[in-house]
Write a protein that binds this ligand. Structure first.
Ligand code: ZN
Length: 783
């Protein structure tokens, strides 16, 4: 809690800002209490917010400077000479840090940061072309030298140029900066750009009837509409939303870009998980702002699908690295889970909007699960290390990185953490909603009455919450206090996960010391009364350790349980368990003990898993804190009985890949195919490695075909220097007899025939090229 003393209340705070332009008459029926009207002072979140404000904001800006991202604007403005450096979507990273910096300015005044933003915004404004277009790569390259992804001319390759994605983030940054500072400098840049788009795209403008490849502009345009009241921005957002999947307007790009069928017909979440989450958020915004009931029905169906079939226990989404995408229904692997940090952000953005639309706390249950677990694991406690994927099990080699070539995740962390302060409270007419539990003070207006709400809690370490209500005068209104799903025996609002420990903890609610019967509506305890200064509401959410199991259709979690306490998903990390957790099995019969550990991470609650029969004891920490003590084995799910043996093994396999992939029958298009599963020995380089395949019964193979993984030009995997095949003879491995050539051709199967041999297993041994790693896309064996 060492940062808490630096926290200052400022004149800027606690001023409810009119975020809605008078012209905006229709919006979400529930309105969030904006970040400008909420002051957070919380044992759990304040250190995170302060690290983000004082460290990550500056760290991300420094990285943007060092990697040429900011100079691209200065160069495009003609302020300094030079070519574009990096990838054309790098502009968006700078906008996202500005957005985070703007929210941070609302947390505490910071003249240095304010000045830095002014200088940076001046460069961005100068980089904008006279008609409003803004995409530094195009300003800096002659058409013949443009990176292929950008297309030779403006908007000529919307599938991958990210031109509209970039400016979507510009609009979000501009609105945040305007709301936090009252300055229109970036807002004017954004509006000028949006006006150009409105002249270029839209009904009747025939030549450009295709949607952007990566969604984001829909959200940005809706935010811009709210602060400016310009109807054309909303119309354009709706235009983009409705273009997706329309075969009569463009050649469809398929599920990865949610461009496989019109939004009105979509009912399963597919494709790139970040794109999908941004898309559904944009759809929710457009639905709220237009009242389009068919759009609402569409996102309701998509939400049901994700929540019942595609959601990790941590709130993460996006099961597979192939296409950074959703998997099939119930396909939720743990070790290879992709769960991009940005996808957790997208899922949170979407669920916040679903709540504002429907007023049901079930969406906040998903939101809370996501922010405390799948999102927060994305950033290390230092604020300078980040996960891209967030798997639910890991060998001891996976760790956070200081930055990425594609840096979407670090800059999503920096903007989303402080944005959360605007998610704690909401209002509808004379009703207030307490959505999240965090020590904080908020100014809201209920009906005609100004009310201050003060919340004190040690959440998520205990479930005692005190709310002090201070209306400016005696008034009747309703306080809706969320009773989290986890406290109502429902970890998620679907049958995807359930508690199976038979506990029935009892929630208690007091007003001014008097017990109040819980009257629950859509997951909220409703308290309607005449309120006066000093009224106190006390909520007691019991926090026993809970045992969770997954729906039987989730094969990966069969015969396993996970552990939760309050909103936190726990995990076992090597650091607390003699280095090893993946091979440990606590068994089916366990009990739990909690321990307050003030010495660990500034104070946490750990959970001990104590087997009641034969089994391994484990010490657990919150999953969001793993890998803050160096790389470590980690697991969220624990076995109740031994795993059935698998018919394969390898000397080593990268944690994001799987040995099983060699045998899954998916055919690659070429050796660099990223769309099919694979196994690699990454990042072992120049070593001797092997893969083994066992047969259920003695068999007589004579043919082996292997398709090597080789990502020359992109990564560090190559075909091996040499290799050979061995068969199992009793306990020994012996080379097969009479083999044909051991080929190392790319983009094809390398077939070897050999003298048939009766055996129970084959081993493929490789010698990797010096300084390179390698891998296998597919391996087939036949008689
Ligand atoms: Zn990302």
């Amino acid at each position: 809690m060492k940062h808490i003393k630096h926290f200052r209340v400022t004149a800027l705070l606690l001023v409810p800002l009119a975020t809605l332009h008078a012209a905006v008459t229709k919006d979400y029926p529930i309105q969030p209490v904006p970040f400008t009207a909420v002051r957070v002072q919380d044992a759990f979140w304040t250190p995170r917010l302060e690290t983000n404000r004082l460290t990550t904001v500056w760290y991300d800006f420094k990285r943007c400077e060092e990697t040429g991202r900011i100079d691209n604007f200065a160069k495009a403005a003609g302020l300094i000479p030079g070519e574009f450096v990096g990838i054309p979507f790098n502009d968006s990273d700078v906008y996202k840090v500005i957005e985070g910096a703007a929210y941070s300015l609302a947390l505490a005044p910071d003249p240095k940061l304010d000045q830095y933003l002014d200088d940076l915004i001046a460069k961005i404004a100068a980089a904008q072309e006279p008609d409003g277009y803004l995409y530094t790569a195009r300003r800096l390259f002659p058409p013949e030298k443009m990176p292929k992804m950008s297309g030779p001319t403006r908007w000529s390759n919307l599938a991958s140029s990210h031109e509209l994605y970039n400016v979507g983030h510009l609009y979000e940054a501009a609105v945040a900066h305007f709301q936090a500072t009252g300055k229109r400098t970036l807002l004017d840049v954004a509006a000028k750009n949006a006006d150009l788009l409105c002249k270029t795209f839209g009904p009747g403008k025939d030549q450009l009837k295709e949607p952007p490849g990566h969604e984001e502009i829909e959200i940005g345009l809706c935010k811009l509409y709210r602060v400016t009241g310009q109807q054309r921005y909303l119309d354009l957002a709706k235009f983009y939303v409705e273009l997706r999947g329309r075969a009569d307007t463009h050649i469809l790009r398929g599920p990865n870009q949610q461009d496989h069928k019109p939004v009105y017909e979509q009912d399963e979440a597919v494709g790139h998980a970040v794109r999908a989450g941004y898309f559904y958020s944009g759809v929710a915004d457009v639905a709220a702002l237009t009242g389009d009931k068919k759009l609402i029905a569409a996102i309701d169906r998509l939400w049901e699908n994700v929540t019942a079939k595609k959601l990790y226990l941590t709130g993460g989404i996006g099961a597979t690295r192939q296409g950074e995408a959703f998997g099939a229904n119930y396909e939720l692997p743990n070790k290879t889970a992709y769960n991009e940090t940005c996808a957790a952000v997208a899922n949170a953005l979407w669920n916040e909007r679903m709540f504002l639309l429907h007023g049901d706390a079930k969406y906040l249950d998903v939101l809370e699960r996501t922010i405390y677990n799948g999102f927060l694991s994305g950033v290390g406690l230092t604020g300078c290390e980040f996960f891209y994927p967030n798997p639910l099990a890991s060998n001891a080699r996976y760790q956070r990185s200081p930055w990425f070539g594609t840096a979407c995740c670090p800059v999503n962390v920096v903007r989303f953490l402080p944005e959360l302060t605007g998610y704690i409270y909401a209002v509808r007419d004379d009703e207030a909603f307490v959505n999240l539990f965090a020590g904080s003070t908020a100014k809201l207006t209920l009906g005609q009455t100004a009310v201050e709400l003060r919340q004190q809690t040690r959440y998520p370490w205990d479930g005692h919450v005190t709310l002090t209500v201070t209306p400016e005068k005696k008034a009747t209104f309703t306080l809706n206090v969320r009773i989290p799903g986890w406290a109502r025996n429902e970890p998620v609002p679907s049958d995807l996960y359930r508690y199976n420990d038979g506990l029935k903890p009892e929630v208690k609610l007091n007003v001014n010391g008097q017990p109040v019967a819980l009257s629950l509506k859509k997951g909220f305890a409703q308290i309607k009364r005449i309120w006066q200064t000093g009224d106190r509401v006390e909520l007691e959410l019991p926090m026993p350790v809970r045992r969770v199991v997954a729906h039987p259709a989730v094969k990966e979690d069969a015969d396993k349980f996970a552990v939760e306490r309050g909103p936190l998903v726990y995990c076992a990390e090597g650091a607390d368990n003699d280095g090893k957790v993946l091979t440990k099995m606590p068994g089916a019969d366990v009990r739990f003990e909690t321990q307050e550990r003030r010495d660990l991470f500034d104070g946490i609650v750990t959970v001990k898993v104590i087997p009641q029969g034969k089994g391994d004891a484990l010490t657990l920490i919150p999953n969001c804190l793993w890998e803050n003590r160096g790389p470590n084995e980690m697991s969220v799910w624990f076995r109740t009985r031994p795993a059935p043996p698998v018919p394969w093994a390898a000397s080593y396999c990268y944690s994001g890949d799987s040995v099983e992939a060699c045998f899954d029958g998916q055919l690659p298009a070429n050796s660099a195919d990223q769309k099919v599963q694979r196994m690699t020995w990454w990042d072992h380089k120049g070593t001797a490695e092997w893969v083994e395949r066992y047969f259920d019964k003695p068999t007589k193979p004579s043919v082996s075909e292997v398709y090597w993984f080789d990502d020359t030009g992109k990564g560090g995997c190559r075909v091996p220097q040499s290799w050979r095949l061995l068969y199992k003879d009793g306990e020994q491995w012996k080379p097969v007899a009479g083999p044909t050539d051991f080929g190392i051709k790319r983009d094809q199967f390398n077939r070897v025939t050999f003298t048939p041999v009766s055996t129970t297993a084959l081993r493929l041994e490789v010698q990797l090229q010096p300084k390179y790693s390698g891998g296998i896309l597919k391996w087939t064996i036949s008689e």
